[in-house]
Design a protein around this ligand. Structure first.
Ligand SMILES: [Zn+2]
Length: 552
């Protein structure tokens, strides 16, 4: 037993929140036990340290080292503690205690409930048990983190990202599981961001500006800076994959963009970061043409004053056999040949088209106004109802729970109505202008291309083609959705026009817009919802089209 030269004792209490919940055993009870014990032994309690498990591990560590400092500074040699595991939260703590005891014969730890005193002269079997307890403590800590890791691994195997999802997604509880789903508010912006960047027309800082103008903001409401945009564009989560601790796997979540767009984005990002210096002369097709053979991007270089493009296959894993050099002008020729296929035949035809769009719009406006006033009446009603419940809440005339429930319902309904209103309102003048502008663009595209600067040429190309492919000396274009629409309808309208010309007898003018079956069928497409899908940001699209049309 100890020689009682010193009777100054320090008490250390720690309780886990789980214990407290399950047994009601509290820090106070532990403290009382230890104070009573020290009285029975004739110790004077110098200081009491209390740690609740709910404290952060940083805080726990801080209190622990504070206590060790106090013991040493005050020459306080007796430490009282309920059980071994109170002091062995980690092996590191246990080793500190072990060292402290060994340094001085006077020092000891009383584990009151276990009736065990640890000091320099503890018996071998007692030290052995202490050692085991330290190991068990460490095992428990290790095992816990292993369990967490195992849980994460299982989640990943099932395609679930085991952490907070990136911007553009929200977490929803479904069947007891947290799943990540696209956030209705921000997901469209993310899609747009990838689409714009994949055109190859944007630097990151220009994209930052463009996205800001479209209303993209951080969750905090702040401007989203290009560094963040870079992080987003590099995250495979958006195309349905997951990167966890450096390993890529397939996710079960809904992607916001296709894998093709993501890969394209990566190619452009790599190219941009590798060569950040701005080149004075840009080849028109930079980042726009792919090798049909291997999918690689064409590289452009100047030879004797001409731009030449060829498949860029420096990567060993997909060496490409096709390395035809194609001159920019040869590529242009072939791409320009696509333009008449989507164009109205002549100015007269274009004028008819514009008339039909304008007339249709007027009819549409009347219907829309009716719909907007209907929605506004509903909105006013639901707001009235909500105010009524607020009043009831203040006056306490109706139970609080019921009021809150009703207010929540009203707010949800308000949100839904506002969305419907926005949607109706959006189909406003802008879409009329857009429809006219896209047909005009199709008609003048060739002329615009000849007059345009390289930058404008690139904008024009991205309005009409999503992708261009090289196969030897042949260049093929894949239309955008809007251009595909033109490619479907314009030949039909042009055909009817020819027919009408042949049939029309002098002095017997017929209204072509009414007489032509193709024209009547085409008119119906003006009200189709796909216009909103093709141009989710009508403002910016229109701005671009007008910028191009200003050239003629
Ligand atoms: Zn290739």
């Amino acid at each position: 037993m100890k020689t009682e030269t010193s009777t100054k004792a320090t008490i250390y209490c720690r309780v886990s929140s789980k214990e407290q919940e399950e047994t009601g055993y509290s820090l106070d009870a532990q403290e009382k036990l230890l104070v009573d014990y020290s009285k029975s032994k004739g110790f004077t309690v110098e200081k009491i340290y209390r740690i609740s498990e709910s404290a952060s591990s940083d805080k726990q560590r801080k209190i622990f080292s504070e206590m060790m400092g106090f013991l040493k500074k005050r020459g306080n040699n007796i430490l009282l503690c309920e059980k071994t595991d109170r002091l062995t939260r980690t092996r590191k703590d246990a080793v500190v205690i072990d060292d402290w005891v060994k340094e001085n014969e006077e020092r000891c730890v009383h584990f009151v409930k276990e009736n065990f005193i640890l000091d320099k002269n503890s018996r071998a079997n007692e030290k052995f048990i202490w050692g085991i307890k330290v190991e068990v403590a460490q095992y428990y800590t290790n095992n816990l983190s292993e369990e967490v890791k195992k849980g994460q691994k299982e989640k990943i195997a099932q395609g679930h990202y085991p952490s907070k999802p990136p911007f553009g997604y929200v977490t929803r509880l479904e069947k007891g599981k947290n799943i990540h789903v696209p956030d209705k508010l921000t997901a469209p912006h993310i899609r747009r961001m990838f689409e714009l960047y994949a055109t190859g027309n944007y630097s990151l800082s220009r994209l930052e500006l463009e996205m800001h103008n479209m209303g993209l903001r951080e969750r905090s409401g702040k401007r989203m800076l290009f560094k963040r945009i870079y992080v987003i564009l590099s995250n495979p989560f958006y195309c349905g994959r997951m990167r966890w601790k450096g390993v890529l796997s397939e996710g079960a979540h809904e992607p916001l963009i296709s894998k093709e767009i993501f890969e394209l984005t990566q190619t452009i990002l790599r190219r941009k970061t590798k060569n950040p210096s701005r080149r004075k002369h840009t080849p028109v097709f930079r980042a726009k043409i792919h090798c049909e053979h291997c999918g690689g991007m064409l590289t452009w270089e100047i030879q004797k004053g001409y731009w030449y493009g060829h498949c860029h296959n420096h990567k060993a894993f997909r060496l490409c056999a096709k390395k035809t050099y194609i001159r920019q002008e040869k590529a242009e020729e072939q791409i320009l040949a696509y333009l008449p296929q989507i164009a109205p035949k002549n100015k007269e035809m274009l004028a008819w088209i514009e008339d039909v769009i304008k007339n249709d719009f007027e009819e549409d406006t009347r219907n829309r106004e009716i719909e907007i006033s209907r929605l506004n009446i509903l909105l006013a009603k639901v707001r009235q109802r909500r105010d009524k419940y607020y009043e009831a809440l203040v006056d306490q005339t109706v139970p609080e729970d019921f009021c809150n429930k009703k207010i929540k319902e009203c707010l949800e309904e308000e949100e839904a109505l506002k969305t419907a209103l926005d949607r109706t309102d959006q189909q406003s003048d802008l879409y009329k202008e857009l429809r006219i502008a896209i047909h005009r663009l199709a008609f003048y595209a060739g002329e615009i291309y000849q007059k345009a600067t390289t930058d404008d040429k690139r904008i024009l190309l991205s309005q009409i083609f999503t992708n261009l492919l090289q196969n030897g000396y042949e260049i093929k274009g894949k239309y955008t959705l809007a251009a595909e629409y033109l490619a479907e309808w314009m030949p039909k309208l042009n055909h009817d026009y020819e027919l009408e010309k042949m049939l029309s007898i002098q002095d017997q003018k017929v209204d072509f817009a009414l007489a032509s079956p193709a024209m009547r069928a085409w008119k119906d497409t003006l009200r189709m919802p796909f216009w909103q899908q093709w141009f989710p940001w009508p403002n910016t699209s229109l701005e671009k089209l007008n910028q191009l049309l200003a050239l003629v």
